[in-house]
Design a protein around this ligand. Structure first.
Ligand code: ATP
Length: 232
């Protein structure tokens, strides 16, 4: 049984039909990436999985249970975490307070030591307020806030966007360690090199339709797909 199995998913904003019969699956311990141009529907897909957007129709099975239509806090309680593009950390709280607070209501938690082993930078900055962090540190903190809840799956929405290459390198390394430890991840990213360094399987979404699915390695040999759907 797949950890996530999506079928016939349709999502709207008001009258705007955004996702059209999306079908996808994610296996345990897999890193899957969702690629596509700006506005293709990537964030909406993650939000529809997480219950931030309520799908109008279709099924979303998470660990065997249909969660479509459930509220996002209940989906989080079942073990899914979405790291939003805008990070959503508390600027007035310290790094450590941010992490502890995020883990507060989780049924299971990572010990802080494990978080700090993965992000040594956060350990150095643990007494700094959220507002005092660089963009890269904020992103590490946003991911740490998801991981502390020991999720079955983490959805990462453009985690590398707007960050300097050296920070992206550190974050990719941390994500690779996470994946090697068996963490299931769904990644939405515009940075193709970072995506291919992390994901084993790729979906491409275009105008709300899944138009391609296959191993990440194959994508490099398909320049026409990259050109047509990603403009690269
Ligand atoms: N809250 C909203 N209300 C109305 N329309 C929205 C809303 N959020 C997104 N959209 C529209 O839905 C479509 C899909 O947006 P989505 O954010 O899922 O795209 P994306 O692939 O994640 O792109 P990006 O990389 O720009 O975030 C776009 O046309 C966008 O303008």
């Amino acid at each position: 049984m797949s950890l996530i199995e999506v079928n016939g998913l349709n999502s709207y904003y008001g009258d705007s039909h955004i996702l059209f019969d999306v079908a996808m699956h994610v296996e345990r311990h897999e890193v899957v990436a969702l690629l596509g141009r700006n506005g293709a529907g990537k964030s909406t897909t993650l939000k529809s999985l997480m219950g931030v957007v309520t799908p109008r129709s279709g099924s979303v099975k998470f660990d065997g249970i249909d969660i479509a239509g459930r509220r996002s806090h209940r989906i989080a309680q079942a073990g899914m975490q979405l790291v939003h593009e805008e990070r959503r950390i508390f600027g007035s709280l310290s790094v450590e307070e941010n992490i502890v607070l995020a883990g507060f209501t989780a049924p299971k938690r990572w010990p802080l030591d494990r978080i700090y082993e993965m992000f040594p930078r956060l350990k150095e900055r643990r007494n700094n307020r959220g507002t005092e962090l660089s963009g890269g540190e904020q992103q590490m903190l946003a991911i740490a806030r998801a991981l502390v809840r020991d999720p079955k799956i983490v959805l990462l929405d453009e985690p590398f966007e707007g960050l300097a290459p050296v920070i992206v390198h550190d974050l990719v390394k941390a994500c690779r360690e996470l994946a090697a430890a068996g963490q299931t991840i769904v990644l939405v990213e515009q940075n193709l090199a970072a995506t291919l360094a992390l994901a084993s399987r790729i979906y491409i979404i275009n105008n709300g339709h899944i138009v391609h699915e296959g191993p990440a390695q194959e994508l490099k040999a398909q320049p026409e797909l990259l050109q047509r759907y990603l403009g690269v």
